[in-house]
Design a protein around this ligand. Structure first.
Ligand code: GLV
Ligand code: GLV
Length: 325
């Protein structure tokens, strides 16, 4: 049996090397860019496995072209870019990379939270522009963290890691979750599960860690912004479309909230008009898992998932386990 794998983007070598030990053909997108949808459509033909990025749209049409496909290993914890139902119907296993990026993503959320509340990026711009003319008592005043309320939307692994990091600031924690209560958060951090409305009304910092689904698309829109404190900061390291980005631009522009720190966007990599002109938002280019250590682990994990499926074994990180039975 000659096994044929396509990797849609250059990733750390460790995973590629591992795949080459088991598969005869391991081809990597040679370009330093994402493939277009049509290029991807051509590249999936005849493959047994594809290792995909969150920026690759894997839909019904593409799956119909990939007649030999047995596994899609997404190089991400989120997999909203894949039509999992359609994959399941074709008995294609879908896997992701949970756990290994939990800490790096929670770190990123805190980095954004600090950057926006302490106005670091604004200050950097001012300093580089030669406008730092000396210490000033009223220059770039931000907000404190100690004793404030942190609202976590989506209390899975990353939301929990976000909360753990708040210990140093003695924060009160509120959370919402679609799954069962988070015992770690409640018992170790005295966190309180509340409804979204309560969380929005009472939190000083709101951080989004819920996956994107039909239930969470535009979870935060005009009505939700109207419930938030005018001093609140919104952080998003999950998926952009959980926020109605046009409503966010309006809320920031009208000072309905104090600021936002974003790593993800509704129509990535495009930004909604006006967003980049605002000073009360920090904009990162989807760097949540972007550390050498994490990306290396992700490459190994995605490779291990592919190898397991091609060896007819249970992959460690399957998101549609119903195909395995
Ligand atoms: C990144 O956004 C991921 O889902 O891994
Ligand atoms: C992802 O790892 C999550 O469950 O938050």
């Amino acid at each position: 049996m000659s096994l044929n794998v396509f990797i849609t983007r250059q990733i750390p070598e460790e995973g590629i090397t591992l795949l080459k030990k088991f598969c005869q053909t391991v081809e990597v997108n040679p370009h330093d860019r994402s493939l277009t949808y049509n290029e991807l459509l051509e590249r999936v033909k005849g493959r047994d496995a594809i290792l995909t990025m969150l920026s690759d749209r894997i839909d019904v049409r593409l799956l119909n072209e990939a007649k030999n496909l047995k596994v899609i290993a997404n190089y991400a914890v989120g997999y909203d870019n894949i039509d999992v139902k359609a994959a399941t119907a074709r008995v294609i296993v879908v896997t992701n990379t949970p756990g290994v990026l939990t800490d790096s993503t929670a770190d990123m959320a805190w980095a954004l939270l600090f950057s926006i509340t302490r106005r670091i990026i604004e200050g950097d711009r001012l300093t580089r522009a030669g406008k730092f003319t000396g210490w000033a008592p009223m220059m770039l005043l931000g907000g404190d963290l100690v004793g404030k309320t942190l609202g976590i939307i989506g209390a899975g692994r990353i939301g929990t890691a976000m909360a753990m990091r708040s210990r140093g600031w003695n924060m009160r924690i509120l959370y919402t979750t679609q799954s069962s209560r988070n015992a770690v958060l409640e018992e170790m951090f005295g966190a309180k599960r509340v409804d979204l409305e309560t969380l929005l009304k009472e939190s000083d910092f709101i951080s989004i860690h819920a996956p994107l689904s039909e239930k969470t698309r535009h979870l935060i829109g005009p009505h939700e912004f109207s419930l938030m404190k005018r001093t609140a900061y919104l952080i998003n390291t999950g998926r952009g479309a959980v926020i109605d980005e046009v409503a966010l631009v309006n809320a920031l522009r009208n000072k309905q909230i104090a600021g936002a720190g974003l790593d993800v966007y509704e129509a990535e990599p495009k930004l909604k008009p006006g967003l980049a002109e605002l000073d009360n938002v920090v904009l990162a280019p989807h760097l949540g898992s972007a550390t050498v250590e994490t990306r290396t682990k992700m490459s190994l994990m995605a490779a291990e998932n592919i190898i397991a499926v091609l060896n007819r074994q249970k992959p460690p990180n399957c998101v549609n386990p119903e195909v395995l039975t």
